[in-house]
Ligand binder design. Structure first.
Ligand SMILES: *Cc1c(COP(=O)(O)O)cnc(C)c1O
Length: 426
């Protein structure tokens, strides 16, 4: 459910017509709905009512400060995967004691920053990382809380590039070694093992892999208890899918039921790390049609957004629903078009042979469900400016990330001293 709906013939974000935003900030732009963010957070929180669960929003899905702040004010913590994301979470006002740090390659500098900040827990993904962290903590005379991320060797049945819980994936400590590693970690002076963590992939549309992974976590926790290692927390990762096309992912309530059934009786605190689920359909990408081109065998709708702005179709063959901002007349005969961007790559295609109301140059289109892994994955490929991000709240909107200028884009670069300065161009 979201708050992007047609009212008096035009698509609105909550109470704001999208063509008014396009007029004010130019296209393309991302637009986020506060009411939708709020609703998604509340659905997840309510599904876990009665369990001692902290919802740590995975910043990599959408790290805009206004988005993180909105969720933080509702009580969310943060799951971060880099020093940059940790700094963002802090800058958005997330308290350190609600932040967990995941990731397979945290550098020593990043570990030092996390230890100095005093966050809730660091999820350790390998033995070398464990040793490095122990040294960092000891050098500071601290004991740092960790969870050991285990790789449960289950197949998430999702796109190969976002499956993370099979033994051939780079993530976590092999299931069969986890017990020994946790015992070893428990004996380290700089380490306090508080829990185990799993995250088996993203955009899961099937509940079974979650159940398999959680049962493995359960076995591990019980075995460790028998050996006198008492954990206080389990971190269940994120990964619950959302509908982009005709998928029917489990609801947060169904997901929570599996958590209750597999882990509910252990008396442990829980950390959840949803990303996509909270922000995915709280965001859209608004773009303008530049040209409609009749090719030899198909029609191309060429828009001013491109793969550098929204990478998911090029990277994962992902589907995004495309709608027009102007409400189509009922019964209008659709065209079938390839919706493409201006970038010089055939992969710069948002949709193929997509049914669409007839459109012309200047019309506004919306790529729906673009709030997760949209703006965060954007680049300046083809020297295109990063697109602005706008947040709507009821009848008002605010630009929460400005479009940079071309001067700003060029400002980071320098010619080496052995070259003559370029003539001042326009
Ligand atoms: C990516 C990631 C998440 C969030 O995944 P979603 O599919 O967006 O819910 C959570 N935890 C970890 C460790 C991740 O890498």
């Amino acid at each position: 459910m979201d708050h992007f709906t047609y009212r008096s013939g035009a698509l609105h974000a909550e109470g704001v017509p999208l063509d008014a935003i396009a007029e004010a900030v130019g296209t393309p732009f991302y637009c986020y709905s506060t009411a939708t963010l709020r609703r998604h957070f509340e659905v997840v929180r309510d599904a876990f009512a009665g369990l001692d669960a902290l919802v740590c929003f995975a910043l990599k899905a959408n790290s805009n400060l206004a988005v993180v702040r909105t969720l933080g004010e509702l009580g969310a913590g943060a799951d971060v995967v880099s020093e940059g994301e940790l700094r963002r979470a802090l800058a958005a006002g997330i308290p350190a004691e609600r932040i967990v740090f995941s990731g397979v390659g945290k550098t020593r500098r990043e570990l030092e920053f996390a230890v100095d900040t005093g966050i809730l827990q660091i999820n350790v993904e390998s033995e070398p990382e464990l040793e490095a962290l122990n040294e960092v903590a000891r050098a500071r005379g601290k004991r740092v809380r960790i969870a050991v991320r285990v790789n449960p060797d289950v197949d998430a049945n999702t796109h190969e590039k976002i499956t993370t819980g099979r033994k051939e994936n780079k993530f976590g400590i092999e299931w069969t070694r986890a017990h020994a590693v946790i015992r070893r970690a428990s004996a380290m002076p700089g380490i306090e093992v508080t829990g185990v963590a799993v995250h088996i992939g993203s955009q899961l549309t099937d509940i079974a892999p979650f159940r398999d992974a959680f049962l493995r976590v359960r076995d591990l926790v019980v075995m460790l208890r028998t050996d006198g290692v008492a954990l206080t927390r389990i971190d269940l990762g994120g990964g619950l899918g959302i509908p982009y096309a005709d998928e029917t992912p489990p609801s947060p309530a169904q997901y929570a039921a599996v958590v209750r059934e597999t882990l509910g009786d252990l008396g442990l605190k829980m950390v959840l790390e949803p990303g996509r689920l909270l922000v995915g359909n709280a965001g859209i990408l608004v773009t303008r049609v530049i040209y409609v081109k009749e090719g030899a065998t198909r029609t191309f709708v060429i828009v001013d957004a491109a793969m550098n702005d929204l990478m998911r179709p090029a990277l994962y063959d992902a589907h995004h629903a495309v709608v027009t901002v102007r409400q189509p007349d009922p019964g209008v005969e659709p065209i079938h078009a390839d919706i493409v961007g201006p970038v010089c790559e055939t992969g710069d295609t948002f949709a193929r042979r997509r049914p669409l109301p007839p459109v012309e140059s200047g019309d506004l289109l919306v790529l729906r469900t673009a709030g997760a892994y949209g703006a965060t994955m954007a680049s300046t490929y083809n020297s295109r400016l990063l697109v602005p991000e706008v947040m709507v709240n009821n009848d008002t909107f605010s630009v929460v990330r400005a479009r940079p200028t071309y001067e700003e884009m060029l400002a980071m670069e320098r010619l080496p001293e052995w070259m003559e300065a370029a003539p001042k161009g326009r």
